[in-house]
Design a protein around this ligand. Structure first.
Ligand code: FMN
Length: 210
């Protein structure tokens, strides 16, 4: 059916200052060559099969650690952890603080303490996981490429493809052995720089097994 012109809502052409349209928050734990651990909050990520693709600023300790060590844990916090995440959101593990973050961010070598997070050993990869995050995806680097650079070719943003090699899930969320119960899991959503939990369930896909 073709809409009548008066049925079509009014749209504005704008240049949004923020384009974070609502993706889950993840906390990436990584280590550097001196085994110093770091936590990087991110929200630019998607999963298909056992692949994760993550958008990372190249001037982050997280990106540099992943490129160097080729491993990380992608920890998924539940919605109630947003205050811990905000405690570390203006921190970087890079020292000195990169120029474009100066004045807004400060160096912190122990983000676990700063955010009141407890490390726990991962099963397969070397970086630790975060005990309070109910879903932990242990990953190895598969590939990466630069998405955006400065005019003098300094890398700004990278797309990082990680292979998920081991998945750890809090026992309360596991159903039928190898499924995560969507009625119990409460992801934290980053919606135009505001934190949200999910609303009510509105339906299910024809392929949903549980
Ligand atoms: C909720 C949230 C989501 C973020 N998403 C991303 C992201 O997807 N990619 C990214 O590179 N930085 C993202 N950031 C910013 C990084 O966390 C920030 O650059 C931080 O300083 C990185 O820490 P690091 O330098 O110790 O790795 C996000 C920050 C917050 C609080």
């Amino acid at each position: 059916m073709i809409n009548k012109k008066e049925d079509i809502p009014v749209f504005l052409t704008i240049q949004p200052k923020v384009l974070y349209f609502g993706t889950p928050v993840a906390l990436i734990t990584s280590i550097d060559k001196n085994a110093k651990t770091n936590i990087g909050p991110i929200s630019s990520l998607w999963a298909l099969g056992y692949n994760l693709v993550i958008g990372l600023g190249c001037d982050s300790k997280t990106y540099q650690n992943i490129i160097e060590i080729k491993e990380c844990v992608v920890n998924l916090p539940s919605a109630d952890l947003f205050e811990n995440i905000e405690k570390i959101s203006n921190l970087t593990g890079l020292n000195p603080v990169p120029a474009n973050k100066s004045g807004k961010y400060r160096y912190e070598e122990d983000k676990f303490s700063a955010g009141n997070f407890q490390p726990m050993a991962a099963e397969v990869v070397t970086p630790p996981a975060i005990a309070s995050c109910p879903i932990q995806l242990e990953c190895v680097l598969q590939n990466h490429y630069i998405v955006e650079s400065t005019i003098d070719f300094i890398p700004l943003i990278a797309s990082v493809h990680m292979k998920v090699v081991n998945v750890r899930v809090h026992e309360n969320l596991v159903i039928n052995q190898d499924y995560i119960d969507p009625s119990k899991w409460s992801p934290l959503i980053y919606n135009f720089r505001h934190y949200y939990a999910l609303g009510e369930k509105v339906g299910k896909n024809f392929r949903a097994d549980v």
